[in-house]
Write a protein that binds this ligand. Structure first.
Ligand code: AVJ
Length: 319
């Protein structure tokens, strides 16, 4: 009989404490910044799901295309008996992989959202009755402790989320993933690729304005959680391509001089007209750069797959 288990490595109040720290640090800095993880409350996750269906937002479709066409090769190359997925969310894309991994005994989805893990866990167990599912409620950007699992293990980090980390954070993250792996274990990594500026900017500034609502939703999160009085309509959504650093930056630009009160932090934050708050970077990669970052973390790249149009890549590395 298979099992469904949950382990929480986050204290119940960890989210609140981390949000307070991030908001205080980010909004008293110059320039102002907020980490992108705070987009994803229930409403933000819903808006993100909507983004993945937009005509301009190609990464999700491109990655799904690779997973669909290469799942058999990934299965053959890894022989995985355990799949660990960091930032699993709804586990939607993973289903293609689970269907092909013939030796798979255990699936370990890791996410901060317990509700997403419960939903995904229940339905996966119904679809794969022999599979043990051990869900981890954890923040994958913090050091992880994994349950005992049968090897070889395949760690999957999909969606291009690596690109939401700054270069130094990426190096630390990849090293911590490397530290989880034993010889014979593998990492499957999704990375969005550098392409023309028009395509990139459109993907982060869609005509229907869904990404703008997603971006401004972080202000609603701070209002609700910290009692702040942000008026989302007082900010414009900005998506800009930084061609030197090869990343997209999402920002919120104050339309006028304004002041925001954040009672839970006993803090008032002033914005000058036109001042921009950075809410996300989304780095785009080249094959050589991904290879260099993987090798710097002690991993050995073995496979590189892109979609037909060459927009997005999945890479496989060995410990
Ligand atoms: C899929 C989480 C990596 O950077 O493309 C989508 C999130 N931000 N539109 C990305 C996102 C704006 C995203 N990740």
């Amino acid at each position: 009989m298979s099992t469904l288990q949950f382990t929480r490595t986050l204290p119940e109040d960890a989210t609140g404490a981390a949000l307070r720290t991030d908001v205080r640090t980010g909004l008293t800095a110059s320039p102002k910044t907020l980490p992108p993880k705070w987009f994803y409350d229930a409403r933000g996750s819903e808006l993100f799901d909507e983004i993945t269906t937009l005509p301009e937002y190609y990464p999700t479709r491109a990655e799904r295309e690779i997973l669909l066409t290469r799942a058999d090769e990934i299965a053959a190359a890894t022989g995985a008996r355990t799949l660990i997925e960091l930032g699993s969310g709804s586990s939607d894309k993973t289903r293609h992989l689970l269907d092909e991994l013939g030796e798979l005994k255990m699936y370990v989805p890791v996410d901060v959202s317990e509700s997403a893990l419960r939903q995904a866990g229940e339905s996966l167990r119904a679809e794969h009755p022999a599979l043990d599912v051990h869900a981890l409620i954890a923040d994958f950007t913090a050091p992880l402790t994994l349950p005992a699992t049968p090897g070889p293990r395949l760690v999957a980090f999909l969606g291009g989320t690596l690109g939401n980390l700054l270069p130094a954070e990426r190096a630390a993250f990849l090293s911590s993933v490397r530290a989880l792996l034993s010889p014979g274990d593998t990492l499957l990594l999704g990375t969005d690729l550098v392409k023309d500026e028009g395509t990139l900017v459109a993907a982060y500034d869609d005509a229907a304005g869904v990404t703008a609502r997603f971006n401004k939703n972080v202000l609603n999160v701070i209002n609700r959680e910290l009692g702040a009085d942000f008026d989302p309509a007082a900010f414009d959504h900005v998506a800009r391509w930084d061609r030197e650093r090869e990343w997209i930056e999402m920002r919120l630009r104050a339309r006028a001089d304004l002041s925001v009160k954040i009672p839970e932090l006993e803090l008032a934050v002033d914005f000058a007209a036109g001042e921009e708050l950075r809410t996300e970077i989304s780095a785009k990669f080249r094959e050589g750069g991904v290879r260099t970052e993987l090798q710097a973390a002690g991993l050995t790249p073995t496979h590189w797959w892109t979609d037909e149009a060459g927009r997005f890549a999945l890479s496989l590395s060995r410990a």
